[in-house]
Design a protein around this ligand. Structure first.
Ligand SMILES: Cc1ncc(COP(=O)(O)O)c(C=O)c1O
Length: 371
């Protein structure tokens, strides 16, 4: 029995009828861009988060970038970002001309360490991007309190945490706005690229709606120099179907995480991810363990038909693209250590318990027989 790191095939089989009837509509209608499906999805996604406004865009990177542009963040500004995140979080800041300023994360739940924010800030700090990494909600109440105190904007990066909750409130609904991605492997994934911005204020929403479409909401009238970053109708139709299942799929992910936790507690030198509590309810986009034997364990699991991932193997401050910021090995020790010790195990919703057990058993055997 092989256990792939990710597979959408079982999900497709379960949704086949609904998906086929959505596709059938495309044979009868000729709208592909900014039509009914997109509008319906934007309304549904906003409603899901109890937020007033949603603008869909072409991907998560653009969702963060357009959010920052709507806050007039640009050259000379600094934006606080986690040291350990997806490259896109930093890149979106750099694309505006502003500088990403990294802040180390809590190694237990991989989210930005709120206690380090003030020390990392300067008079140029304009915003903070909390990333709910791997589906773990950041500690939003203290973060929002600090942001208010210092007049920083908060743009949540919710690409990996659709449906997670902090103090009973969904992530993505705490900040001035939030950005997400519908990359196919996400908890809510399209069949290609996609993204969205949720916002509270109409003025920001109007900017997002125009900026994603060459700066235009009215045909041939351009108020801004925008970009082309639109979600297409086909992706929106798929997302409209999938959104209805998100809570159930997330509950399955949480069940899998609990099962892993039970089976892997006390094994070898493993550090297991936080399961959360009443006030921090993760949705386990990824189940990320830490071990000093990461590379050997990964090779062993692959040899036994078990797919794993590393999110992410090179810290962003040591990537060539960020050479000019001047960071060196040792600049951000937590991010550097995580990049060497983290391993993501399979955790997609349709996995069977026997498959989780197979993964856990292989890990136990590795630690008892192969070190
Ligand atoms: C945390 C995070 N932020 C941003 C992105 C960027 O999203 P996309 O790949 O849709 O541009 C991703 C997804 O890859 C992500 O995981």
């Amino acid at each position: 029995m092989e256990v792939p790191f990710f597979s959408a095939l079982r999900q497709h089989a379960a949704l086949q009828k609904e998906l086929e009837s959505a596709f059938a509509r495309f044979f009868q209608q000729g709208t592909f861009i900014l039509g009914k499906e997109v509008k319906m999805f934007e309304d549904a996604y906003a409603h899901f988060h109890d937020m007033p406004f949603c603008t869909s865009v072409a991907n998560g990177l653009d969702a963060i970038f357009i959010s920052l542009k709507s806050l007039h963040i640009g050259p000379g500004d600094e934006v606080l970002v986690p040291s350990h995140t997806c490259f896109a979080t930093w890149l979106a800041v750099s694309r505006t001309g502003a500088t990403p300023v990294p802040v180390e994360v809590n190694p237990g739940n991989f989210t930005i360490d709120v206690n380090l924010l003030e020390a990392a800030s300067t008079s140029r700090t304009k915003a903070i991007i909390p990333v709910h990494l791997y589906g773990h909600p950041c500690a939003m109440p203290p973060l929002i309190a600090l942001a208010h105190k210092h007049h920083w904007y908060v743009v949540e990066d919710n690409a990996q945490a659709q449906g997670a909750k902090c103090h009973q409130q969904l992530t993505g609904s705490w900040g001035d706005m939030s950005a997400t991605s519908f990359y196919p492997t996400k908890n809510l994934g399209a069949w290609g690229d996609g993204g969205a911005i949720l916002s509270n204020k109409e003025i920001h929403h109007q900017f997002h709606q125009a900026f994603r479409n060459y700066g235009s909401v009215e045909k041939d009238v351009h108020r801004l120099m925008g970009v082309n970053s639109r979600l297409d109708e086909l992706q929106a139709a798929i997302l409209n179907i999938k959104l209805k299942h998100l809570h159930v799929w997330n509950a399955r992910r949480v069940g899998h995480a609990k099962h892993y936790h039970q089976l892997l507690s006390g094994v070898g030198d493993l550090i297991l991810p936080d399961l959360g509590d009443e006030n921090h309810q993760p949705v386990f986009h990824l189940y990320v363990i830490q071990t000093a034997y990461r590379d050997r364990l990964k090779t062993y699991l692959e040899a036994h038909g078990i797919g794993t991932g590393i999110h992410y193997p090179t810290p962003i401050h040591l990537q060539e693209a960020y050479y000019d910021l001047g960071y060196k090995e040792g600049s951000l020790p937590i991010a550097e250590r995580l990049s060497k010790t983290i391993l993501s195990l399979p955790i997609w919703p349709e996995l069977e318990l026997t498959e989780i057990e197979k993964v856990a058993q292989a890990i136990r055997t590795f630690f008892s027989n192969h070190l």
